[in-house]
Design a protein around this ligand. Structure first.
Ligand SMILES: [Zn+2]
Length: 379
């Protein structure tokens, strides 16, 4: 017997658009389908809209996800920025706010800001907090997805094992998801531009380097949530540059925005972007060289995964293709042609909004999943 949550899946997937479709597709009785559909409508998950094709007589109304009744709150936290958004149930932003904030300030002040910013978004848009059905946060570190605690982040001292969900739940008692930023960005890019592509690899290069993998529309996390941790592959073990992780010769210590900034006598990856955009020859040369270095690791990743697209995100995606040029040079040179013949290597289409978009999609998928819907209907 299908649950209401499973009926919602059939509607979302486009398998069934009317009550009649549902009866024919599932073989369930009219009264059972009416019960499931009515409960989904009453709870604000779907509405009846438009008019379907008629075989004579009264045309049936079309069932569709109702984006307007439920709200999502999402936050994208980077090493030096924070962005929050209020979205509808289709993950479309209704209100947004961003600020420069150093995540190194620690979990208490940063998460307090997030809670207050969530409240501001609701107040300023005049929406009822009771309609918030899901919350998501992405961060630049490894996260235990089930518990929502940080596993480790070299950019975020003081956050290890911090109960992030509890800090948010003080204000909002709804399902809360916490994930790594590169994973969220990968889902955001896949959802916005690459939904026909069965395998996408996103590499984020800003202060550090991380990657996210989407296979068949789902984030691939790995056994220890560590899938995509390519920044600390040690390419040159005898290199004298010490990485944030304490080792020598990690690809992050050679090819991250921070590494290029240091070689240029600058502070941050934003300084590198500014110099490259201004046409500074040594910034351009070092950026291309860093791209070639990362391309060595990406050649291995591409040979393993055979993705349809590699997306470059983070600050280095804004270097007028110079970082990408470096990646392309060494990746193609070091890979067998048949692993790359259909490969596209592109900059992020969403730019600074990749993380917040992916986090909203992740929360939307969770809130509309059969298990979550059925649990919410039982309450
Ligand atoms: Zn390292």
């Amino acid at each position: 017997m299908l649950t209401a949550g499973q009926v919602l899946q059939l509607i979302r997937q486009g398998s069934c658009r009317t009550r009649k479709d549902l009866i024919e597709f599932t073989g369930l009785s009219r009264s059972t389908i009416t019960d499931r559909v009515d409960r989904l409508i009453e709870a604000g998950y779907i509405h009846e809209s438009g008019v379907g094709a008629s075989g004579g007589g009264r045309p049936p109304s079309v069932l569709d996800v109702d984006p307007g009744k439920h709200l999502l709150l999402v936050a994208d936290l980077g090493a030096s920025h924070a962005r929050v958004a209020l979205t509808d149930l289709a993950a479309r932003p209704l209100a947004e706010e961003h600020t420069e904030m150093r995540i190194q300030r620690g979990p208490e002040p940063v998460l307090t800001w997030v809670r207050q910013a969530f409240q501001r978004l609701l107040d300023e848009s005049g929406r009822d907090p009771a309609r918030v059905t899901g919350i998501g946060i992405d961060l630049p570190g490894s996260v235990d997805y089930a518990s929502g605690r940080m596993i480790r982040s070299f950019l975020m001292p003081g956050w290890d094992d911090h109960p992030i969900k509890d800090a948010i739940r003080r204000a909002f008692d709804v399902p809360i998801l916490v994930d790594n930023d590169a994973k969220a960005m990968a889902l955001g890019e896949w959802w916005s531009s690459w939904r026909r592509c069965p395998s996408l690899l996103l590499v984020k290069v800003s202060t550090g380097i991380g990657a996210g993998i989407v296979i068949d529309g789902r984030i691939y996390r790995g056994v220890d949530e560590a899938a995509g941790s390519i920044g600390h592959v040690r390419l040159r073990e005898t290199d004298d540059r010490v990485c944030t992780c304490g080792s020598r010769g990690c690809v992050a210590s050679l090819a991250s925005g921070h590494a290029i900034a240091r070689a240029l006598g600058q502070e941050t990856s934003r300084d590198v972007v500014r110099l490259v955009q201004a046409g500074d020859p040594s910034a351009i040369a070092l950026t291309q060289e860093a791209g070639r270095t990362l391309g060595v690791v990406l050649a291995a990743a591409v040979s393993l995964l055979n993705p349809g697209v590699v997306v470059l995100a983070g600050d280095m995606a804004e270097t007028r293709e110079h970082y990408l040029t470096g990646i392309r040079e060494s990746l193609y040179r070091r890979s067998l042609p048949y692993t790359t013949r259909n490969l596209k290597i592109v900059p992020s289409a969403l730019g600074a909004r990749a993380g917040i978009t992916g986090t909203a999609i992740m929360v939307m998928e969770h809130v509309l999943s059969p298990g979550t819907v059925d649990a919410a209907l039982r309450q």
